[in-house]
Design a protein around this ligand. Structure first.
Ligand code: SAM
Length: 236
């Protein structure tokens, strides 16, 4: 593409993870897109902090996108889409008969613990609309300026889901809004036209009947497991 468009003398490709790459001169602009379905799951925060500190002169330059909002909205997930531990266990107990193998270690690993939450079973269909009932307005959990330190991002904060529609609040959809410039935003919000990003659904540890104008306190925490960052959202 670079050669086909006559840019081979202008663009040099350096292949590798940005955190392993050295630049010969400071960058003015860094264009990046390492936003996962869980917006943090590609380790965008440490990678961007490293790029800011090492690639810009005196941490000054322009990131595109420059800012990222990570948001959620409350949803009601149908029972059939909620994969509870009891249901997973019931299905797993049928595996030995189906596959002729001993599944004991797997079944033991599935045993319910105090903090086991259901997972939301759902397959993304590009043609279909949003699969669940949205009960709340958008709630911004994090608003990150990539030029600033993101250490504070880790602090769990109380937030409020403002309920607009009655139902059984048992999950959230997590999404992002990336600010490419002063006017242009890229988002996988369920309130905006669909993109190639899938929606990221989370079950809450408990469900709550809600009605319009209710305010439901939720917490959001940035955690790291096996070197991958992700957020955990729950009812307070
Ligand atoms: C969300 S995907 C975006 C891919 C591309 N924009 C597209 O739409 O096809 C992010 C990609 O960047 C890679 N990646 C993640 N962190 C990186 C880093 N620090 N340096 C270089 N590549 C990285 C991932 O392996 C993944 O292939």
């Amino acid at each position: 593409m670079i050669r086909a468009n006559g840019f081979e003398k202008v663009i040099r490709v350096i292949t590798g993870n940005s955190r392993d790459v050295e630049l010969e001169e400071p960058a003015d602009v860094i264009i990046h897109e390492i936003i996962g379905n869980d917006p943090f799951a590609e380790n965008i925060l440490p990678s961007i902090a490293d790029a800011r500190d090492r690639f810009f002169a005196k941490r000054k330059g322009r990131f595109i996108p420059a800012r990222l909002d990570v948001c959620c909205a409350g949803i009601e997930v149908d029972e059939t889409n909620l994969l509870t531990m009891e249901r997973e266990l019931k299905e797993a107990r049928e595996f030995p008969g189906q596959y002729g193998l001993n599944f004991d270690p797997f079944i033991k690993r599935l045993s319910p613990g105090e903090n086991t939450r259901p997972t939301i079973s759902y397959s993304y269909d590009r043609q279909a609309g949003f699969p669940f009932q949205i009960l709340s307005r958008e709630c911004v959990l994090y608003s990150i300026d990539f030029l600033e330190d993101w250490g504070d991002v880790q602090a769990p904060l109380p937030h409020t889901l403002k309920i607009e529609r009655g139902g059984n609040l048992n999950g959230v959809v997590v999404f992002f809004r990336a600010y490419l410039d002063e006017r242009t935003q890229l988002t996988n919000s369920p309130f905006a036209p669909k993109t190639h990003w899938e929606w990221n659904f989370r079950a809450l540890s408990k469900s709550r009947p809600v009605k319009p104008n209710d305010n439901v306190k939720i917490s959001s925490e940035l955690v790291q497991t096996l070197n991958v960052q992700r957020i955990v959202v729950d009812i307070v």
